[in-house]
Each structure stands twice: as C-alpha cells, then as structure tokens.
Design a protein around this ligand. Sequence first.
Ligand code: ATP
Ligand code: MG
Ligand code: MG
Length: 593
Amino acid sequence: EPVKPSNFLRQIIEADLARGAYAQRRWGGSPGDAAHHAAGEPDPARIRTRFPPEPNGYLHIGHAKSICLNFGLARDYGGVCHLRFDDTNPEKEDQEYVDGIIDAVHWLGYDWAQPGEAPGSAAPYQASDYFDFMYRAAEYLIVQGLAYVDEQSAEEMRASRGDFTKPGTNSPFRDRTPAENLERFRAMRDGQLADGAAVLRAKIDMAAANINLRDPAIYRVRHAEHHNTGDKWCIYPMYTFAHPIEDALEQITHSFCTLEFEDQRPFYDWVLEHLVAGGLVAAPASRQYEFARLNLTYVITSKRKLKHLVDNGIVQGWDDPRMPTVVGLRRRGYTPHSLQTFCERIGVTKDYSWIDYATLEGCLREDLENQAHRGMAVLDPVKLVLENWDDVMGAGHLEPCTLPALPHPPEGEEPVLRHFTMGREVWIEREDFQEVPAKGYKRLFPGNKVRLKGGYVIECTGCRKNDAGEVTEVLAQVVPDTKSGTPGADSVKVKAAITWVGVADGVAAEVRLYDRLFTDAQPDAGGKDFLTLLNPDSLKVVTAFVEPSLAGAAPDTRFQFERHGYFVTDRHDHAAGKPVFNKITGLKDSWGK
Ligand code: ATP
Ligand code: MG
Ligand code: MG
C-alpha cells in the first residue's frame, strides 16, 4: 500500500494522538453517561469517529466519501468508527433503508466492531437509544437556567430571531424560572401540548452574531410514533442538540461533518461544555471538524431528488446502474476498491469544488485493468461469411482458437486461456466494414486484408445487401496458414486486427449500454430543474454476441470487452443461458480508427 497523502484531518488526529489527548479515556462497552465511562476499562480504541446517516434513503457517492473518510481514518490510526443511525425524527424511517445502509458500509469494506469483537457481529448504534439521556440533559439545562420553554407561535419566533443585519429580540417567555420551565417541559413530555404549541430553547444570546446561537430550539412537540421507541415520546430532540450528545455518549473523539455544519459548531461546543461541566458526559468532549462535501459532475447527490427519480419511474430503482447510489454503483460494476481509491484520491479539503466524473471512472479502470478477464463481444453484429472456408479448411470445420484471459497474468500464476472457435461464419461489428472506405480506413473493405483477432487473416471480397441497401452479410476469404500463433502468422502483413465472435459458439447476450443520466455537468446547481436535464440516451439495450468464455460467468463478474470497455454480469438478471451485461465504463483510449 502506498503511503497515504496527509490532509488537514490527519494532521489534527496526529497532533491529538501525539499529545495523548485520549490517554485517560475509559470505555464501558456500551454508551452510557459520564459515571459509566469513568468506571470502564481504558479505551483500547485510540480515536473514535462515526458515520451518522439518517435512514431515509439509500446512500450515495457523497456518503461513500464520508464512509471512506471516517472508517478509513479510524482504521489508519488504530481506532474505531461507529455506524450510527441518526433516527431522531419520528417520521417513518424504513427498515429497508436501515438494511441497505448496513449492507453498503459492509460492501465498501468497513465494520464498526470494537477491538476484540468479531467483524460483522456488532449492532449499529442508534441515536434513538439515547432519548432518555437526552431528556435528562434537557432537564439539566433547565435546572441550570440554560433552557426555557417558549410558547410563542412559530411565526412569532421566526420574527423575533432577527437576521444577519439585525439582532433578535427576547421572547416574553425567556425569563421563566427553572421551576416553571420544568413544569412546562414535563407538560410537553406528558402530551399536554399540541404539536407546535411550545419548544424548549437553549438560553444563549438573542443578539449573537451567529444566528444559530440565538436561543436555538432543542426539543419540539411531535405526537408521532417512532420506529424504535414507539409511542413512548411525544417530544423529540432537534438534530443540533441530539448530535453532540450522540457523539459524547459514544466517546467520539473526532466528529467529521460537511461544511454546512460549520456555523453549528459553536452550539455543538456549547452543549458539550455544559454537559461536561455538569458531569453528564465524560471529558474530553468530542470535537467537530468540517470538510467540503463531494460534488461530482453529472451526478445528483440529494436523497430527496434521487428518491424522486425512483418514485417517478425515471430510473428502475435505487440500484439502477445509472444511479450514484452505492447499490447503483455496485450493480453498475464498480468495485469497493475503486470507490476507496476514488475517495482517497479526491482527498479532503475545506474548499468546495467539483470532481470530474472521469476521476471515478479512472479509479475503476485502474482496479480492473490487471484483473478483469478479456473477452470479445460484438455489440452491433453483422454476419461475415468466409466463402472459401469449406474448400480450404474442410466442410463445417471449426478451428479451435485461444487468447490469454489477461495480457499480464499475476506473477507466479499460470496464464489462463480463453477458448473459442472460428468457422465459416463469424459475427463482426457493423462498423468494421465499409463498402467504400473512408480515407485512412484500415478495416474491412473490398480487397483489404485484416486479421480476425486470435484467428486467421481474411481478405474482404464484398457484401450482400437487402432492398433497403443495408449490408446483411460481409463476404471474405480466409487466407490459409495465417493463424495467430503459428509460424505463418506473419507471412501476410495487415494493418488491423478486428474483434469477432464465431456464429457456431458465440452466445447471444443482452447488453445494457449506460451513459450519464444528465446532459448537464451540474444538474443540481444554481436552481436548475434537474428533471429537464435528463439524458434521453442514458440506457440503450442491445443484443450482442459474446465469446463462450463470457457467457458462463457468475453474476457480478467483471470483464474487459476488447475495444469496448468494462462490463459486468448483472447481479440480478444474469443467469446461465441468459447472459446480461452492464457497461461499466469505456476504455480510456477510445478504440483506434
Ligand atoms: P442528503 O442531503 O442527500 O439527504 P444527508 O447529508 O442528509 O444527505 P445523512 O444521512 O444525514 O444525509 O448523511 C450522513 C453523512 O454523510 C453526514 O455526515 C453527511 O455529512 C455525509 N454526507 C452526505 N452527503 C455528502 C457529500 N456529498 N459529501 C460528503 N459527505 C456527505
Ligand atoms: Mg439528512
Ligand atoms: Mg442533506
């Protein structure tokens, strides 16, 4: 493994470790409060990070960046990264999404087991497991005079918040006594107030320059059932209050998030400062650090918009190979390693930028170049007939041919050979014949010789056409004694070798040719309507012929179709006798003239 380039997050971690920032920390196994942690064993994990998705959709490539970052840093520094479901919204969160997220993290190659625990055995963390603690923390703030129940209308609260140009004004409820606030908060908890009738607010400063510190709401009334806690609660913590507490209870050392949360950091620190002071959570407090989210050209990374594509049948599901979801990329043929390389390569910065989609494709090619078996496939077939075959080779003769599966087999491994046959009729690409050749055209035209890759040299003699003038068959003669790998192979010089598949042993296959889903490089930016920017040609399905070695592959097997690019047998639809391939990406160098 090459040494990983440093970045500002690595520098922060290294500095923290160097000064022994977490040396005194204790770990009780499962999250609890300060007393629990204080009584525990020394924490064997040096750092703790977390990946905290909301289970309201499938993960996308942006989440993959966050996963690789958080799990990758924990792994590199001997720590642990927690998968935590941020399920503080009672709104219906689907088990399907929970399972999908667990699957995606595992598939990307990461696990949240504690030191000594078997990988794959640990349950993910759930924010909703901490509702009791969060409630206690809220009461603690009330008792300390640091929170109050505000019963203004939402409208009034919005108006009194002020904006960037003017400070806010204090709520008439701001000076309630702790006893009065406790009574009202418990009334909220006990279901005596309707949704929206009151919120619990942190009491900070209505004139703070940072609007997030103008007495932010920390609890709201929401009479709704929660998938984990059922109808136990009718008040739910706000994300900005819940998140630092979740981090603290799990003893997260470095809480990495995207830059949108930079303005929330002072409140994050405010919450933990007070809870540490009150002995409710252990010191040192978790710290939040921000990095720029991933923007990838031609891709949308908003769960809501991706869901729109799914719900409206614009794509065939969350795992449609055109989707930038982890399940979509997986089905498309991306490997975990290629996605890890991608995340490593784009790095982390604090600057917004757009990453070119080609970077992602490059990582895939790099991963597959030396390991994906080669094969020939004819995607736009026309039949080529070798009219002298039976006379020269014998009637019905099928000549066995081979080519290596890999141009450079791994050291110490026997080269694998692909076996196929050449006969009187073969499939070639329609574009490999021109009746009247364009200038510089080197492939088949009457009088020209080319090699059928791995087979014989042939000389084109003409073609047959239908009434519409379309070529229905290309005609040629085999040149005897020119088979690849035999002494006569070089006796005839040719300027091109073309790919082909035997009619006798080629297998018909469904090939799904994918292109980008959007025609605009930034379909999601600047208020553009992404629905008007869909690429009408993002999927083209063709019936191709593939050489026999390809057809028998297991689902989810990747190949390089010579000259065409990388393809994968579809995870769901490919079966013996019914091959289905997805195009992952083309070859870097487009195939020569
Ligand atoms: P969306 O806006 O698509 O719903 P989200 O940010 O709400 O995404 P969460 O499930 O809340 O999704 O996010 C889980 C984690 O993934 C968060 O820490 C978030 O910062 C991170 N994340 C989401 N999108 C990106 C992105 N494009 N680049 C990097 N990290 C991201
Ligand atoms: Mg979210
Ligand atoms: Mg978001």
